[in-house]
Design a protein around this ligand. Sequence first.
Ligand SMILES: *[C@@H]1O[C@H](CO)[C@@H](O)[C@H](O)[C@H]1NC(C)=O
Ligand SMILES: *[C@@H]1O[C@H](CO)[C@@H](O)[C@H](O)[C@H]1NC(C)=O
Length: 465
Amino acid sequence: MFFLHFLLHIVVTSADVANINNNNINTNINNNINIAAHFGTKSRYEEVNPHLLADILAVNHSILRPPATERCSPVHVSALVRHGSRYPTVNNVRAIRKLSDLLRSQRPQEWTSWRRDILDGWRMWYTDDMDGELVHKGREDMRHLARRLSLLLPSLLGEEPVRRGRVQLLSSSKHRCVSSVEAFQEGLHLQAHLSHVDYSHRVDDQLLRSFERCPGYVEGVEKNHTALAEVHKFQDGQEMDGVRTKVADKLGLPGDSLTADLLEAAFFLCSYELAIKSQHSPWCFLFDQDDAQVLEYKLDLKQYWKRAHGHAINSLSSCPLFHHIFRTLDKAGRPRRSSEAPPEPASILIGHAETLLPLLALLGLYKDQAPPTADNYHAQHGRTFRTSKIVPYAANVLFVLYDCQRGPRLQLLVNETPVRFPGLWAEDAPLYRDVRAAYRHLLDGCDFHKECHGAHGGRGPNTEL
Ligand SMILES: *[C@@H]1O[C@H](CO)[C@@H](O)[C@H](O)[C@H]1NC(C)=O
Ligand SMILES: *[C@@H]1O[C@H](CO)[C@@H](O)[C@H](O)[C@H]1NC(C)=O
């Protein structure tokens, strides 16, 4: 069904409507699929796991990998989940409107086929009040994720724990997250054959939006122009300028009227219409794969310097979440007498890309040898820090704790794919005590108040974390 729609849409919006043939359609589809893998935090979850396009409830049980010889069983999962697909935020909507107005008001230097296709095939339909809210597809993202996780870990998220109300759910207070945590519960209930959903989540910004309560971060990075110098430099640099000029040409606009922000708005338009409506908007045809990679790099640079390894305070702002997760795991893994209540089977935490990235950075993941800068675009081609892969909509980080003969073991999965802990490369599910030893410096430190209220700023990139 999706694919048919997709094909039809390609046919009517293609820049080559006049001389379409089968080859042409295929090239266009391939082009656009490639572009869709470069939308950064605005990527669809299905770009990371394309097998879900064929079966959204497909679950691969071999992703759970405790050692086969130790008769392990899962006893707890802590899942940190990003909200599902959403509308543009108000700032994005304003940029989109500006771009739309520019195209409609500015007399073209030349009537190009791209310009014609956009003016004929697209109208401005975004409004300010959509402001980042979860879209229908975003609710589906969450319901489907919940159902897959329930199928993957039935003893922790299946019928029994759900019926008994034993799944703990916390959410950020933002509307899109609250809608997501509701949809997640709908998915769990559906999978447990329960028709009535008693929502039982709590809101906790202290945990899931701690960055905004960290003055060292807010003053030192978020409001500090210098902290994002690499991003601004790349934005004004030759790679971005090349794409800007090319796209302005395609639109028949004078080069200087299409600013870097408006260029980005055009790229995001393609991403939004794919994520929200599963459609390829005529905006998509403005970009080829090389253009998309340049724009993706700019998005990654921003997340790297603003939310990840770029400045140590970025990741330290997530200390409360780090401690919360390890306290929960400690409790779940503690030996107990048979008379004691069993541990909490699952803890679901719903937040933002801004919640996941700092925690992943704190854990030491996706840290390449050299930091991405404005000057090393070409050398960064094979980087592991790629937000399109790490934090698409509905991104998830799972900590699965197993009870095994030699003691508790912990496995990490990112977007339903096993990921090994830095320094513990030999095993997918190392002993929990070895994981604790690897993070000893954080378990004994990572003091939010000290880091966030102490002397701030001046923490350069690649300090001890
Ligand atoms: C399941 O996952 C494993 C490892 O991630 C992979 O090798 C295998 O091909 C997958 N199986 C299916 C049916 O997708
Ligand atoms: C702003 O960022 C720069 C570069 O990271 C840093 O040297 C400076 O101290 C920061 N300023 C403040 C007010 O924190």
